[in-house]
Design a protein around this ligand. Structure first.
Ligand code: P6P
Length: 338
């Protein structure tokens, strides 16, 4: 009989290694897991219920909010507030974070959670995989209202990070800094079950993910790297395969499993990059590094960026270590050309 280990059993086992642990982090992950199951249910029946199509509002990014965006945001916000382990919540869907230390709120905890409730949601109507991304910090101050040092924490100071991919199956992948583990939702029992223990990203790969329509907006270093990917050289497994879903979590998860690289470099339209540091790039960078991969802006590790504002953007080059190294080599070689 194949033994099933649920996410909750796994977290409790992990917690047992910390005698002083009081179960706060366990309850935080349970809140995230609950919200993910609720979003899974709606994503998988969106075609049936009247939940497809535009919600009519626009989020802070000026993007038309899909109903599922709003649904996911509401349920993650609610689960995290009610879970009582958080003091601060920030979502892609809200201009400002919610500082729970100001005014009367649910029971306060010590965790700060930044999340993108449903990344890639513009793909929902075409039934493409979408995802939730979350990043968790412990507050630096020990009591009272949050201070600027709480918000100045770089990605290197995350205590946990993860994503949920709502695809052919719903998989929750997370790290607490001691490797990466993946759990697949079994809807018949309503539990996330350990399916990808000690997940590592292959050191090398032959898949590259980039929106090639931005080619003319890229730096010469990136243009030369993309030419390198297309050259015919069987000794280095080239030409590489081009795979671009346009849903960050789906592109990232494929590269985690198969090896590969994802690039969203600076463009003319997005001179600082398109993707968001706090709730897209930092959490995926933490996971990538914990899985033996790399994540860089092209000039510095993503995790070393000092955050300046909640929705700040950054270029992102992430995936198999050797492939990221190659891009950095091109950027170094063409540095004086830029
Ligand atoms: P583009 C989706 O809107 C998203 O935020 C990510 O999920 C995805 O990787 C990226 O934008 C796609 O952007 O400009 O290629 O459509």
């Amino acid at each position: 009989m194949m033994s099933i280990q649920t996410l909750e059993q796994f977290i409790i086992e992990q917690q047992a290694q910390f005698p002083t642990a009081k179960g706060e982090f366990t309850r935080l992950l349970q809140a995230i897991s609950l919200a993910a199951k609720i979003v899974h249910r709606e994503v998988n029946k969106a075609g049936l219920a009247d939940i497809l199509g535009k919600h009519g509002n626009c989020n802070v990014q000026g993007e038309e909010q899909q109903k599922l965006d709003v649904f996911a945001d509401n349920h993650f916000m609610d689960a995290l507030k009610r879970g009582g382990e958080c003091c601060y919540l920030a979502s892609e869907e809200h201009e400002d974070g919610i500082d729970l230390t100001k005014g009367k709120h649910y029971r306060l905890g010590k965790y700060m959670v930044y999340f993108d409730p449903l990344d890639g949601s513009s793909n929902i109507d075409s039934n493409v995989s979408v995802g939730t991304i979350f990043s968790i910090y412990k507050r630096k101050t020990v009591e009272g209202e949050l201070d600027k040092e709480d918000f100045a924490q770089s990605g290197r100071q995350q205590v946990a990070a993860g994503y949920v991919i709502y695809g052919s199956s719903t998989v929750l992948v997370y790290t607490t800094g001691r490797g990466v583990d993946g759990f697949t939702l079994d809807p018949s029992i309503g539990e996330f079950c350990l399916s990808h223990p000690a997940l590592t990203i292959p050191k090398d790969g032959h898949v590259y993910s980039v929106n090639e329509s931005n080619y003319n907006q890229f730096s010469s270093a990136i243009k030369h790297y993309l030419q390198y990917c297309k050259e015919i050289d069987p000794t280095t497994n080239r030409p590489f395969s081009s795979r671009y879903i346009g849903s960050l979590v789906a592109d990232f998860h494929r590269n985690m499993i198969q090896g590969g690289i994802f690039l969203y470099p600076a463009t003319v339209q997005y001179p600082k990059g398109k993707l968001r540091l706090m709730y897209e790039c930092n959490p995926l960078a933490f996971i990538a590094e914990q899985a033996g991969g790399k994540a860089t802006t092209g000039r510095m590790p993503i995790l070393d960026i000092d955050p300046k504002e909640l929705h700040q953007r950054t270029p992102l080059i992430i995936g198999s270590e050797k492939m990221v190294d190659m891009v950095e080599k091109y950027i170094h070689e063409y540095a004086d050309v830029e």
